[in-house]
Design a protein around this ligand. Sequence first.
Ligand SMILES: [Zn+2]
Ligand SMILES: [Zn+2]
Length: 205
Amino acid sequence: MFKVQQTIGSVVCCKCGVPMPPNAANMCVNCLRSEVDITEGLQKSIQIFYCPECGCYLQPPKTWIKAQWESRDLLSFCIKRLKNLNKVRLKNAEFVWTEPHSKRIKVKLTVQAEVLNGAVLEQSYPVEYTVRDNLCESCSRFQANPDQWVASVQLRQHVSHRRSFFYLEQLILRHDAASRAVRIKQVHQGIDFFFGNKSHADSFV
Ligand SMILES: [Zn+2]
Ligand SMILES: [Zn+2]
């Protein structure tokens, strides 16, 4: 007669048949891994807002956070924006390279979660952030009323010939240095540049 050899307290996996300690699914860890998706219900794509004027990202509802492309600050901002991530244990997060002009940020997350009977599963998955340009409050307030300049740069020339002045003008145009000026006014013997914030004026000088 055929006799099944069995260890006490052990069952066989319902999928592959290896002996294993019993759990609710009667499935071994390897098979669980292929059956269970621990990233289910986690956010995989999200839209974020970026102010192109001052280089800040919106942390809802109202905070704007300054962060460089692919910086640590941007990474932690990206992680904080994800809902439901507290349901799993975050093991690692890293940027996946994207073209800065693509307006896409990709982050690869590795997470762990405990499933039946303490079996720990680990999985990696990508999250895609769509970056939408949106002026932050101070930049948009400023654009609505550009005459509210807070800093001005006055360029003057006190000699009669205009040559060096012309050279400077070409330099400004070439480097697009005045693009952040809200108003440019030609005055006697020179030009006035008005800026909406002092850092714009400082970088111009
Ligand atoms: Zn199995
Ligand atoms: Zn801004």
